[in-house]
Write a protein that binds this ligand. Structure first.
Ligand SMILES: Cc1cc2nc3c(=O)[nH]c(=O)nc-3n(C[C@H](O)[C@H](O)[C@H](O)COP(=O)(O)OP(=O)(O)OC[C@H]3O[C@@H](n4cnc5c(N)ncnc54)[C@H](O)[C@@H]3O)c2cc1C
Length: 375
């Protein structure tokens, strides 16, 4: 006897956990297949912005509430800003992803960990999902298997951009208090690059991201950031790297009985490389569409992620301007009230990048600073 489900979800990150919970809540029988054991480590700043919190099925485990931010341009003099209300929150991905998987189970999904999917074959009645633990059948499949997604390759996803993020997870030790409610962002020396320090309670995540293909310079940038922020000497808990990727416009979001969510689909904000909210929101859209069956699946899902696709286009525009003139972004966000206000509204989810870019003062400010947008 082959196990049979309405929906099989591949990957237990924020996209897969959200998809499984959404599909189970919609009344489908769901299996969530994750190749690792949970909890598992994922290289990530763990920054949670308003759109993520608004989409999650409840209150996630949070490590820090951020009210202060400092900014530097290529390690130069810092500008500091603060707000009475939280700008964003941070989570440890070990905890966040495990919590989401448990939410999916609470909603009725079956969770199988240590179960790697090796192939999906479409059939007239169901998809045949092959794993290293045997075969199962599903009417629809949500592929949420991240940046190395084999299912995305099978679907034929096209990418416009791949970035490499390098991170150190540090034992915060004596710096725990000083960083408890504060983030740091550095607009970096490589085109489109930036670095960050994010607090996670008793640990700090320091990381950098830039276009893939310059590993030595990327590593040098990370070492310089650690040095500039006075973090050398802290005990290293994790030293890792991971890719992010952005879909090309018009890239397929699925095929037949399969839809792709999160990093697998290349759904990610191109400028900040914020991906958790894109994973959660596309996961919910995918799970909801998959629960309603294979007929019309692709159309339902495309409609469900249309706003994310639009946000990605705004992010691309922003990234191109940022690549040309990072100093303009530094000046706008760090030194002008309108730039800071828009940054705060973005992190809280009170506006979208698409809307922020149409703000007259933002366009004017970036234009004056030499990083105006075309059109
Ligand atoms: C350095 C760095 C820092 C980042 N910081 C932030 C941040 O601060 N905030 C933010 O919003 N975003 C951040 N991102 C982006 C964010 O981490 C990703 O966009 C997000 O993890 C995407 O979630 P996902 O569920 O699509 O994929 P993942 O989280 O990668 O989950 C995919 C899951 O699928 C599993 N899997 C893979 N293949 C198979 C298979 N064949 N069978 C079964 N399971 C499989 C994997 O084990 C994994 O658990 C960062 C990214 C990087 C690289």
């Amino acid at each position: 006897m082959v196990d049979s489900y309405d929906v099989a979800v591949v990957g237990g990150g924020p996209a897969g956990g959200s998809a499984a919970a959404a599909a189970a809540r919609a009344g489908a029988s769901v299996v969530l297949l994750e190749r690792a054991g949970l909890p598992r480590y994922k290289t990530c700043g763990g920054g949670l912005i308003g759109p993520t919190l608004g989409a999650l099925p409840g209150a996630p485990p949070v490590r820090a509430t951020v009210t202060r931010a400092s900014f530097t341009l290529r390690g130069g003099r810092a500008v500091e800003r603060s707000e009475p209300e939280p700008l964003l929150f941070t989570a440890a991905r070990t905890e966040l992803d495990h919590w989401l998987a448990r939410e999916a189970v609470a909603a009725g999904a079956e969770l199988r960990t240590g179960c790697q999917v090796t192939g999906v074959d479409d059939g007239p009645e169901h998809a045949v999902v092959t794993t290293d633990d045997g075969v199962l059948h599903a009417r629809t499949v949500v592929a949420a298997d991240g940046t190395s997604s084999r299912l995305a390759r099978a679907v034929g996803v096209r990418l416009s951009r791949v970035d490499l993020g390098l991170e150190l997870e540090l034992d915060a030790g004596p710096l725990t208090e000083a960083w408890a409610d504060r983030i740091h962002l550095d607009w970096g020396p490589l085109p489109g690059s930036y670095g960050w320090v994010f607090p996670k309670g008793d640990s700090l995540t320091v990381g950098v991201i830039t276009a893939k293909g310059r590993p030595a310079e990327t590593r040098r940038y990370l070492a310089d950031l650690v040095d500039q922020q006075g973090l050398d000497g802290l005990r290293v808990l994790h030293d890792s790297g991971h890719l992010t990727r952005c879909r090309a416009p018009g890239s397929p979001l699925g095929r037949g009985r399969v839809v792709l969510a999160g990093d697998a689909a290349g759904l990610l904000e191109p400028w900040t490389r914020e991906g958790i909210s894109f994973a959660v929101r596309s996961g919910i859209a995918a799970g909801t569409a998959a629960a309603a069956g294979a007929t019309g699946l692709q159309q339902r899902y495309a409609a469900g992620v249309a706003d994310l696709v639009e946000e990605m286009a705004a992010g691309e525009t922003c990234l191109r301007a940022f690549e040309r003139r990072p100093a303009a972004f530094h000046a706008l966000i760090g030194r002008t009230p309108v730039g800071w206000r828009q940054f705060v509204r973005l992190t809280r989810g009170d506006t979208t990048l698409a809307r922020a870019l149409t703000h007259r003062s933002v366009r004017l400010g970036l234009g004056v600073l030499g990083a105006g947008f075309a059109g």
